[in-house]
Ligand binder design. Structure first.
Ligand code: GLN
Length: 315
């Protein structure tokens, strides 16, 4: 039983109706062309997958199209870093507060003391988190994040998109600046280019919306695998990342989104949104046309529609 009162057929009809309402908004956005390869996506695409805690997935729209995780991956580098280091150590390097600034902003790094990035969901914070992932080689550190995503999605073939990775690495000067500034202020240590490389690599991990909804469903299920019952993400860590999804997951639109959708969510500039409705379902959305804050414009509309229709807000 998925929703006691709905059949999978009715659920699909709900998704299709929400899609129809959200679709026109895709025309009002823009692509994340600051990463040149992302600028080549089709802006009219929009798709959604929902995975319920019995393992059933229902999808509608453009759900076969793979996309890179971008900032959605920041959740998973944080999970690995929190498994590797103590809570206090991680949060001595990155804060827990929303910024009110764009995700790639540099301004508060200098003006706030200590010069610690405000949270792990902005670029500076996620780069600091990347520096905390353990492994004897750069490849090993990356494989650990990838492996977590493979286990959570049940897709052992999830891979890096080489073209997006290279395209971002070639144009990553803003992130490079953040990373060098943080090394200068003692927030990160070691080889900056290697840390940046790990960050850009995990952002370029490619999956599709059904993978994202399955991953999100495990977070909804307090970190337990839906089928085997194995605890993939420790409960306290699942709780921490879901809290960040509420307070900072949609960048400087997180407050507005908490009111209009009210579900812990994380977006990425490729147009992905991962949403987790506690103890109910995981949702994966893809729509590469973005609003001015860098969130999928059609995706946010779609989630607003669905949240209203299914009464999903946690508040
Ligand atoms: N890789 C992207 C960047 O660093 C991620 C940003 C995002 O998705 N908001 O710019």
């Amino acid at each position: 039983m998925i929703f006691p009162e709905k059949t999978p057929h009715e659920i699909k009809a709900d998704l299709e109706e929400a899609l129809l309402r959200a679709q026109p908004y895709t025309q009002q956005g823009h692509l994340a062309d600051y990463i040149p390869v992302l600028g080549k996506s089709d802006p009219s695409m929009l798709g959604i997958s929902v995975t319920f805690l019995d393992g059933t997935t229902v999808s509608a729209g453009d759900t076969q199209v793979p996309f890179t995780m971008q900032s959605v991956s920041k959740i998973f580098s944080l999970i690995v870093a929190l498994q590797d280091r103590s809570f206090d150590y991680v949060f001595s390097r990155v804060g827990m507060e929303p910024t009110g600034d764009p995700f790639n902003s540099i301004v508060k790094l200098e003006t706030i003391k200590p010069h610690r990035p405000l949270n792990p969901m902005i670029n500076a914070g996620a780069i600091a988190v990347s520096s905390l992932v353990s492994g004897s080689t750069a490849d090993e550190r990356f494989e650990r994040i990838l492996d977590l995503l493979r286990r959570m999605s049940g897709r052992p073939d999830i891979q890096l998109n080489q073209a997006v990775y290279q395209s971002e690495l070639d144009t990553a000067d803003r992130n490079r600046a953040l990373a060098y500034f943080m090394r200068d202020s003692g927030i990160i240590e070691g080889d900056v280019e290697e840390i940046l490389d790990l960050y850009v690599r995990h952002c370029a991990i490619e999956l599709c919306s059904a993978d994202l909804s399955r991953i999100a469903a495990i977070l909804s299920n307090d970190g337990f695998d839906l089928f085997t019952g194995e605890q993939i993400v420790p409960l306290p860590i699942a709780r921490i990342v879901k809290t960040f999804m509420v307070t900072c997951g949609m960048y400087n639109a997180s407050g507005e989104y908490a009111i209009s959708v009210g579900v812990p969510s994380k977006s990425g500039v490729s147009g992905g949104i991962m949403a987790t409705v506690p103890h109910k379902m995981g949702i994966g959305v893809f729509g590469p046309s973005l609003d001015e804050k860098g969130n999928s414009i059609g995706g946010v509309k779609l989630l607003e529609e669905l949240s209203a229709r299914w009464n999903l807000s946690i508040f």
